[in-house]
Design a protein around this ligand. Sequence first.
Ligand SMILES: Nc1nc2c(c(=O)[nH]1)N[C@H]1C(S)=C(S)[C@@H](COP(=O)(O)O)O[C@H]1N2
Ligand SMILES: [Mo]
Length: 222
Amino acid sequence: MTIGSSVPRPVMSDSNLTERKERWARKMSGRAKPAARSEDRLPPGQHLTPGFPVLDLGIRPEISLGEWRLELGGAVENPRTFTWEEFNALEQFEDVSDFHCVTTWSKFDCRWRGVAFFTLAEVVRPKSEAQHVLFTCYDGYTTNVRLTDCLDDDVLVATQFDGKPITREHGGPARVIIPKLYGWKGAKFVRQIEFAAEDKLGFWEVRGYSNTADPWTEDRFS
Ligand SMILES: Nc1nc2c(c(=O)[nH]1)N[C@H]1C(S)=C(S)[C@@H](COP(=O)(O)O)O[C@H]1N2
Ligand SMILES: [Mo]
């Protein structure tokens, strides 16, 4: 193997990425839990729901695994489009997290499996100017998230919930899970992930929902 030609160019701040990778690697090996933002597991103004409500725009696109693609592009060194097979061949990541919807329901202990956002970032290598991520979905929905939030060690593009493929109503074949932000930041039926220097508001964000969406500070509306 020749050294040199395959050395990746610097991405983000290298130390930042390394630190995150270490945290993520510890978690992958089961030795660490993500830092809790609060002593209270249930964020203010939320209540636990026994079921799993469905929230969408009334469109549940039926997308066959053969035509499914996930496109990653924008301010990255190595844009990629994955087929379903290619996507599932990436390193698999499983994580249990809590889900908080801005409409005040929360669900504890959701077991998601798929590909860590971190793994995708390693493949496409965000350029140093990339600060924001825009997710676009097969139902036309969009949502924007700061890159630093996407790189948290519990963020993934999930293909399974509780050991089974994610149902269409919950965003299958693949959906984004960002446990530390309100649920609308997690794109169901995800089709495209675009990295950018500039922030672009998503579907709910242009309609008055908070851009940052932190459940622990009840950061619901802008
Ligand atoms: N593509 C898409 N993703 C979406 C939505 C949507 O309408 N379309 N709704 C968001 C909202 S407001 C929430 S609370 C969660 C709901 O996920 P669930 O239906 O699995 O509970 O998905 C988010 N992701
Ligand atoms: Mo929501």
